[in-house]
Design a protein around this ligand. Structure first.
Ligand code: P1T
Length: 388
């Protein structure tokens, strides 16, 4: 049975990475091994598969596919991005310090401050775009956590510099790569130890699965995370693994169209008098544009902006779109719109939100792969409704 040659380009890895036809029948897509357990030929003798929380061939295919896209040796899949995030916290001991980027998904902030803080982990939140790595990451830090680009402000952090400093003090670095996707950015190649994904987003890409995955090149971390995956049991169901594998096949073409559409939407937004500020990392107006270009080969459909009105106007805007669906989440083929302060980041206290720069009226869109003219027309009519 053929296996993919080495050194394939990303477009080809989306289809072949970690994949090979199923050995018995030659099935091109992996079968869904819908089983909780496996018959054993003798007592405590098994085929490598004992119980589906511990090993499942369909899940292994997903893990191999994402590992291949991230340039990793191992993938470890979870039932959600949040479960993948939690698995990394389980590597730590009470009393350990985590230095975390100040702008992260609201659910991540909530998990760190409301769940793991209570179990003795200390979280320090730092704006990595303003504070130098030497000042941000103190001696004794055990984990550096960052999103780049961040949710929702699309801040870009210097992954190479942060990894160098983290390693100098003996900390590991986890980069949540959900927004960029492995198609545009591979943090392990810049020194990160772990990559985190909510596969709910671009990796699956069709808004029909909640999932998460970790990728690493470090054999020791991989073994510890696999132990945690099995011990905690926050594993994904096999159908979700299979759907995600199916989604990955089109990751490259989807990301290219997300980028193409988002770039046109950004150019249009910037030209609107009713729009006061626009954030998109691969646009020259972005404060870390050069850094973004040194870390990513492009960027997808995430765009944040502020309109020239109060919170009520921003709410009217979000409720007036007809092609963009008002919903949390991102990275699917369909365009979504939301107000982070009231939705995805509502779990961050208002004063902290404002300090980070998440204004109450900040609008976040996930630009989908519809025809861009329809998307721009929709935003245009909504702007008229919101601002009159
Ligand atoms: O939703 P879940 O699969 O558990 O993933 C959590 C998560 C982790 N990391 C990032 C960067 C994320 O954006 C998310 C989830 N975010 C949304 C649901 C959202 O609308 O922003």
């Amino acid at each position: 049975m053929s296996t993919a040659p080495k050194n394939l380009k990303l477009e080809s890895l989306c289809i072949h990475g970690g994949q090979s036809p199923e050995p018995i029948t030659g099935a091109v897509m992996p079968p869904v091994f819908q089983t909780s357990t496996y018959a054993q030929p003798g007592v405590a003798r098994h085929t490598g598969y004992e119980y589906s929380r511990t090993q499942n061939p369909t899940r292994e295919k997903l893990e191999a596919a994402v590992a291949s896209l991230e340039g990793a040796t191992d993938g470890v899949a979870f039932g959600s991005g949040s479960a993948a995030t939690a698995a990394i916290q389980h590597l730590l001991d009470a009393g350990d310090t985590v230095v975390c980027g100040d702008d992260v998904y609201g659910g991540t902030y909530r998990q760190f401050t409301k769940v793991f803080s209570r179990q003795g982990l200390n979280y320090e939140f730092v704006d990595f775009t303003r504070v130098a790595p030497e000042d941000a990451i103190g001696e004794g830090t055990k984990l550096v956590w960052l999103e780049s680009p961040t949710n929702p402000l699309l801040k870009v952090s210097d992954i190479r510099a942060l990894a160098a400093r983290a390693h100098a003090v003996g900390a590991i670095v986890a980069v949540d790569n959900t927004f960029a996707s492995p198609f545009f950015q591979q943090p392990l190649s810049m020194g990160a130890d772990l990559v985190v994904h909510s596969t709910t987003k671009y990796i699956n890409g069709h808004s029909d699965v909640v999932g998460g995955i970790l990728a690493t090149r470090d054999a020791d971390l991989a073994a510890r995370l696999r132990f945690i995956q099995n011990s905690i049991g926050a594993v994904p169901g096999v159908w979700d693994c299979w759907l995600t594998l199916r989604g990955i096949k089109t990751l490259a073409v989807r990301m290219q169209r997300h980028q193409e559409n988002a770039t046109k939407v950004v150019d249009w937004l910037i030209a609107q008098p009713g729009v006061t500020r626009v954030w998109y990392p691969m646009h020259p107006s972005h404060p870390q544009y050069e850094l973004a270009r040194s870390q990513m080969t492009g960027f997808g459909g995430m765009v944040s902006f502020e309109i020239d009105g109060d919170l009520a106007a921003a709410e009217r805007f979000c409720e007036a779109t007809r092609v963009f669906t008002l919903a949390e989440s991102l990275g699917g083929v369909e365009s979504l719109i939301e107000l982070p302060a009231a939705m995805t980041h509502a779990s961050i206290p208002p004063d902290v939100r404002r300090e980070i720069g998440i204004a109450d009226g900040l609008v976040r869109v996930s630009v989908g792969i519809e025809h861009v003219d329809d998307l721009i027309a929709d935003l245009g009519q909504a702007l008229k409704v919101a601002l009159g």
